[in-house]
Design a protein around this ligand. Structure first.
Ligand code: MN
Length: 421
């Protein structure tokens, strides 16, 4: 850690010093923005309090994505963070720099990177147990879970930024046993769900054929954002064997607009998930002493629900990224271990991160035990799965005694009715 993490550091942008703010000067997350209803081109900015500083203020013209910045690598990210921390804290820069501030309220935010490839993992062990139990009550975790970070390749084309509506997918679902022929049918999903996840944005990437050693994996991660991997459980349940998730997942995923850098997350490192005596140590290619000691991150994750009749968001789940069984470095190393190349801006999803308690379940599937026990909302409504007009809002924050509190903003999406019914 360095001077940019000093909790005493204040910005001359006053709103950044409000303890309730997600974006104090110790955070400095990157995004792509432009003024609403303007003809401006989308460009890179850094969030500070309730403002966005155009990166052009420090001579950086990113263009409409942050892929080039992601590709630049850790020394460049570090130098930029040091520079931004200085110009936004030292009052002598105020006059020159404040011309480049845009109030967040007046800004439109875009996908921060062009995502070439996206994979989703299954690192939330409580989610894996809860989901597994619904299918295999006696044997919720398959034996490979403890050895290999389970994942699948997703679609990058349908990843959208927070605020983009999510259209209920239609698809083929299993026939009802009660129906005369019990044949599958095609129609709007009746079991639409969310997944509370974190996504990791890849930095420089690796050459085809060249794996990423675990000791170098952290340098491959530019930063993290909130990730809602919307899921249609009825489509997924019928299609997923034997090749895994497909159209039940690929209709949309929502990301938060701000990439919180791994450097900003340094104070919130914690030990890898503690393995019990009957769980094997990771194989050597996934084992690194310092990764085991401090390769995981203490990040509070929340999922909230707003409905047409309940405008005040209701908290469905409070979890923590600590419940990931595999560290971010381990999933990066595993992804590249066969020689598959990752490119700047690629996205790796953590998988749903649920906690061990009933208030920490990161999907409706778990909150309602597969739809059997609907959630009661404060206004008397109930939900087994998501209905049209429902809005899911993910939030994330890091807090630790002796350090500034930093936040992720939000990843929100409202469900719109299906095209095909
Ligand atoms: Mn997922």
């Amino acid at each position: 850690m360095n001077a940019t993490h000093d909790p005493k550091l204040k910005s001359w942008v006053k709103s950044a010093n409000d303890p309730a703010c997600d974006f104090p000067i110790q955070n400095l997350p990157f995004g792509i923005f432009r003024r609403k209803s303007g003809k401006e081109r989308p460009r890179g900015g850094v969030a500070i309090g309730d403002q966005i500083l155009d990166l052009a203020a420090v001579g950086l013209n990113t263009g409409p994505t942050l892929n080039v910045l992601a590709a630049a690598g850790r020394p460049a990210w570090k130098a930029l963070r040091t520079l931004l921390s200085d110009v936004l804290s030292n009052p002598k820069h105020r006059k020159q720099i404040s011309k480049h501030l845009v109030p967040m309220k007046q800004a439109e935010l875009f996908l921060p990177v062009a995502i070439g490839d996206y994979s989703d993992f299954f690192t939330g062990i409580y989610h894996a147990q809860n989901a597994g139990r619904l299918f295999r009550p006696d044997n919720p975790l398959l034996p490979n879970y403890h050895w290999v970070p389970i994942g699948y390749h997703g679609r990058a084309s349908s990843i959208v930024v927070s605020g983009t509506p999510v259209i209920r997918p239609s698809g083929q679902t299993r026939g009802q046993a009660s129906a005369p022929d019990a044949a599958p049918s095609f129609g709007a999903s009746k079991r639409l769900d969310f997944e509370l996840e974190l996504g990791f944005v890849i930095g420089p990437g690796n050459a085809l054929g060249k794996p990423v050693p675990i000791s170098k994996a952290h340098d491959q991660i530019f930063g993290a954002l909130l990730f809602n991997d919307w899921s249609a459980r009825d489509i997924q349940g019928w299609e997923y064997q034997p090749l895994g998730p497909f159209l039940g997942k690929s209709f949309a995923s929502t990301v938060s607009p701000w990439i919180v850098t791994m450097e900003a997350l340094e104070p919130f490192r914690c030990a890898a998930f503690p393995r019990s005596g009957d769980q094997p140590a990771p194989l050597p290619y996934l084992f690194d002493k310092s990764d085991q000691k401090s390769g995981n991150f203490d990040i509070q994750l929340e999922a909230h629900l707003r409905t047409r009749k309940l405008p005040r968001a209701h908290c469905l789940a409070r979890s923590n990224f600590r419940h990931a069984y595999w560290t971010p470095a381990q999933i990066v190393t595993h992804q590249a271990s066969n020689g598959c190349n990752m490119r700047p801006g690629d996205l790796l999803g953590s998988g749903t991160i649920s906690g061990p308690t009933p208030d920490a379940l990161g999907s409706m599937l778990e909150l309602t035990q597969g739809g059997k026990n609907p959630v009661a909302l404060p206004n008397g409504e109930t939900r087994a799965f998501l209905e049209d007009g429902d809005e899911v809002i993910l939030r994330g924050r890091c807090a630790r005694e002796g350090y500034a509190w930093i936040g992720f903003g939000e990843a929100a999406g409202r469900v719109k009715p299906a095209w095909l019914r």
